[in-house]
Write a protein that binds this ligand. Structure first.
Ligand code: SF4
Length: 96
């Protein structure tokens, strides 16, 4: 059984990639725009982010429904999720 410190460490490890995120210090509203507002600026921040794949994997694993994660919108992540599900159903390796 995990104690509280182990759980906290596990949570920290799971999100340790965030320390290298390009979006650190960037206005979070940019990544959660109102419907119909451009996501271009947020995606520009994500474009050169070294933890982009970690971010996308985290969002997919945690079912993040809103915002830009890993440089992808909600709709784009749904497409990736479906493709991965279809791919895993065929016994293939999942990839974005
Ligand atoms: S991919 Fe984008 S949202 Fe994710 S950590 Fe990098 S800059 Fe932030």
């Amino acid at each position: 059984m995990q104690n509280r410190a182990d759980v906290d460490d596990s949570y920290e490890d799971e999100r340790s990639w965030q320390r290298l995120a390009n979006c650190l210090g960037v206005d979070p509203d940019l990544f959660f725009p109102e419907r119909g507002v451009s996501t271009r600026e947020a995606k520009e921040v994500c474009r050169g982010c070294v933890v982009r794949s970690d971010c996308l994997d985290y969002a997919l694993a945690n079912g993040e429904k809103f915002g830009i994660w890993g440089g992808l919108s909600e709709r784009e992540r749904r497409t990736v999720r479906r493709a991965r599900a279809a791919n895993s159903g065929r016994g293939g390796a999942a990839s974005a």
